[in-house]
Design a protein around this ligand. Structure first.
Ligand SMILES: [Zn+2]
Length: 339
C-alpha cells in the first residue's frame, strides 16, 4: 500500500472559494458572514476524480492524508471569528471528500488559529474533527501572522494546551504555514521552506519532547533545509549542550518526501533515518509543472522514491508503515477496512 501523507484540496469547488472572498469582504464591511453555498456531491466528486484521484491512479498510490488548501488557511486574515467559520467550512468539505471516497482520502484538519489568540481556542475544532468527523491529524501553523513571525516559538508553554490535546487524541500535526503577507517571502518558495527549517531549529533549542514524549510532528517539504544542513544542526545541538538529534528530536519529528528532484530525495534517504521519512507528494500543489529535464511532473515524487537505492522492504516502510505508525487513527481506519 502507498500512503501519501501530504495532500491538500487545492481543487475545491469554486463556490467554496467564492464564499471565502465574500466572507472576508463582509468582515471588512462589518456585516454578517454570508450563508455558505450549497455544493452538490457531484461537484465534489468531479473535482476529485479529475484531479487528485486521477493522479493517484496514474502514479500508483492508494491513500491520501487530505487537508484543506494550506495557502488558503490565511490565519492572518480577519479575526478569530473569521478564522473559525472558514476553518469549519474547509474541514466540513474535507469530511465530505473522505465520506465520498472512504478508501482513499483520510482527513486532516485546519485549525482556527489567529494571531495573538490563545491556541487553546483551536481545541474545540480539533476535537470536532477527530471525534465527530473521523480525522486522523491536524495542520499546525507555527506562524499564524503569515510571515511576520511575531508569535512565540513552538516550544513556548502557550502552545502546550494543543499538544496536550494531540497526545490525548493520539494525533500528529503537520507543521504547515499558510500564505505570506510579507512581500519578502514568496509563500511556497520561501515562507514554507523557512517555516520547516525554523520549526526544526525551535525544537532543537527547546526540550519539548521531554515534556511530551508521545508528541509527533511531520515537517513537510523534505524538512526544509534541515537534511541538507544536517551537520550544522548536529553541531548546533552539540554547542547548545543538547543530546544528539537522534535522541533529542528524532523519536518525534518526521519528514516527508515532497522534494521535487532525484538528487534531493537521494540526499534525504542518505542523511535521515528511514524511520523518520513518510512518503508525500503535496500534489496537486505548489509545483504543478513538468520537469523539462525528465519529462515528468515535478511533484510525481513516487518516481523518485522508486528510483532511490532502497530495498523493497525499506520502500514499503517509507510508503506505508511509517505513516501507519505516526497516524495511528489512520492505521485503525485502514485495519477496519481489512487493509
Ligand atoms: Zn502542503
Amino acid at each position: 500500500m502507498i500512503i501519501d501523507c501530504h495532500g491538500h484540496y487545492t481543487t475545491a469547488p469554486e463556490a467554496h472559494t467564492l464564499w471565502r472572498v465574500a466572507q472576508v469582504q463582509s468582515f471588512k464591511a462589518h456585516e454578517p458572514f454570508p450563508e455558505y453555498p450549497s455544493i452538490s456531491d457531484d461537484e465534489i466528486i468531479e473535482t476529485i476524480e479529475t484531479n487528485q484521484l486521477r493522479l493517484l491512479r496514474e502514479r500508483g498510490a492508494d491513500v491520501t492524508i487530505f487537508s484543506p488548501r494550506a495557502s488558503a488557511m490565511e490565519h492572518h486574515v480577519g479575526d478569530e471569528t473569521v478564522s473559525l467559520a472558514w476553518s469549519r467550512a474547509c474541514n466540513d468539505l474535507i469530511s465530505r471528500v473522505s465520506t465520498l471516497f472512504p478508501e482513499t482520502f483520510f482527513g486532516v484538519c485546519q485549525l482556527p488559529q489567529s494571531p495573538g489568540v490563545d491556541v487553546s481556542h483551536s481545541i474545540a475544532e480539533l476535537e470536532r474533527c477527530v471525534n465527530e468527523l473521523g480525522f486522523v491529524g491536524l495542520n499546525l501553523n507555527p506562524d499564524p501572522s503569515g510571515g511576520m513571525w511575531n508569535g512565540a516559538p513552538l516550544t513556548d508553554r502557550s502552545w502546550y494546551p494543543i499538544y496536550e490535546k494531540m497526545v490525548e487524541l493520539d494525533v500528529p500535526a503537520m507543521i504547515h504555514v499558510s500564505g505570506s503577507c510579507n512581500a519578502n517571502f514568496h509563500a511556497t518558495g520561501a515562507h514554507y521552506m523557512n517555516a520547516d527549517t525554523t520549526a526544526f531549529m525551535q525544537l532543537l533549542q527547546g526540550d519539548l519532547f521531554s515534556d511530551f514524549p508521545e508528541l509527533r510532528f511531520v515537517i513537510p517539504h523534505g524538512g526544509g533545509a534541515v537534511p541538507y544542513h544536517w551537520g550544522r544542526y548536529r553541531g548546533l545541538a552539540d554547542m547548545l549542550k543538547k543530546p544528539q538529534l537522534s535522541e533529542h528530536l528524532m523519536h518525534n519529528v518526521f519528514f516527508d518526501t515532497c522534494v521535487y528532484h532525484q538528487p534531493g530525495i537521494d540526499l534525504l534517504f542518505e542523511v535521515i533515518d528511514l524511520d523518520n521519512i513518510l512518503f508525500g507528494s503535496e500534489m496537486v500543489g505548489a509545483v504543478r509543472g513538468i520537469d523539462p529535464e525528465t519529462g515528468h511532473y515535478f511533484d510525481d515524487t513516487k518516481r523518485y522514491v522508486d528510483a532511490a537505492n532502497l530495498t523493497s522492504n525499506q520502500r514499503e516502510q517509507v510508503f506505508s508503515r511509517n505513516a501507519r505508525r505516526v497516524y495511528p487513527r489512520l492505521d485503525a481506519a485502514l485495519s477496519k477496512q481489512g487493509r
